[in-house]
Design a protein around this ligand. Structure first.
Ligand code: SF4
Ligand code: SF4
Length: 240
């Protein structure tokens, strides 16, 4: 049966997840760790524990700034930044509802602009983006109003042109996008999760989820690091 870990491993960006030794350097370096539901080290432990619902419905990967600090500092070459993007793809493909972030809407507006013009039309993209998150904007009216002076400033510096311009060879770009979709379609099909025997554990509380993640880690990499036989072989692992 293909578990969540296998699914992540075959998704571009998730290939190196098994090399993680849970040292926590990524979390200690991440400027967004405090805002994420689960910081990078913990997300990796949860993936290994098969916690698909908890991982893919979290805000963690969507809050990644792609600053690459974790990737530069990881001693095992895990590339947590790319892993975050892999999780974004999986969450979007599998229709998970993402709370607390408008990043998916921003991505969609950006890609829509590229598809129409071959390049980003900043004004069109931002209008589309803000229209798609009106309910969110209503919740934060002061923050929304604060953006207006920045928009005016950008407009006065000709950074927000009214008219969009299309690139030369846009048809070639469309062909590239079509090919990408074709290749991705095959990949998504190959990576389809086998959910037989899949148990939705979203009802468990955070303490139970943490205990499970720690247990799975101890069973696997934890015992390898400590050169102990696995928990399943009668050894209590790092809890002993
Ligand atoms: S991803 Fe790298 S930095 Fe983060 S816990 Fe794993 S080994 Fe350490
Ligand atoms: S790339 Fe993302 S996960 Fe890594 S340190 Fe930066 S914000 Fe954190």
């Amino acid at each position: 049966m293909r578990g969540f870990l296998d699914e992540v491993k075959v998704t571009p960006g998730g290939e190196h997840i098994l090399a993680c030794i849970q040292c926590g350097t990524c979390t200690g370096s991440c400027p967004m760790a405090g805002a994420m539901e689960y910081p990078p080290r913990k997300i990796i432990a949860m993936i290994r524990a098969g916690m698909r619902d908890e991982v893919l419905s979290s805000n963690s990967m969507w809050f990644c700034l792609s600053c690459y600090t974790c990737t530069a500092r990881c001693p095992r070459g895990v590339k947590p930044t790319e892993l975050a993007h892999a999780l974004e793809s999986l969450a979007a493909q599998q229709g998970f509802q993402i709370g607390g972030t408008s990043t998916p809407s921003l991505y969609r507006s950006f890609v829509g602009s590229i598809k129409s013009n071959g390049r980003v039309h900043e004004l069109g993209m931002m209008i589309k983006y803000y229209l798609s998150i009106i309910p969110e904007l209503m919740k934060h009216p002061v923050a929304t109003i604060k953006v207006v002076p920045l928009g005016i400033k950008l407009f006065s510096h000709k950074r927000l042109p009214l008219k969009s311009t299309k690139i030369k060879g846009k048809e070639d770009l469309s062909k590239i996008i079509r090919k990408f979709k074709e290749v991705r379609g095959k990949h998504v099909k190959a990576a389809q999760p086998d959910t037989s025997g899949y148990v939705n554990r979203a009802t468990k509380n955070k303490a139970e989820l943490k205990a499970e993640a720690d247990y799975e880690w101890a069973k696997g990499e934890g015992n390898k690091i400590l050169k102990r036989p696995g928990i399943e072989e009668g050894n209590p692992g790092i809890f002993g």
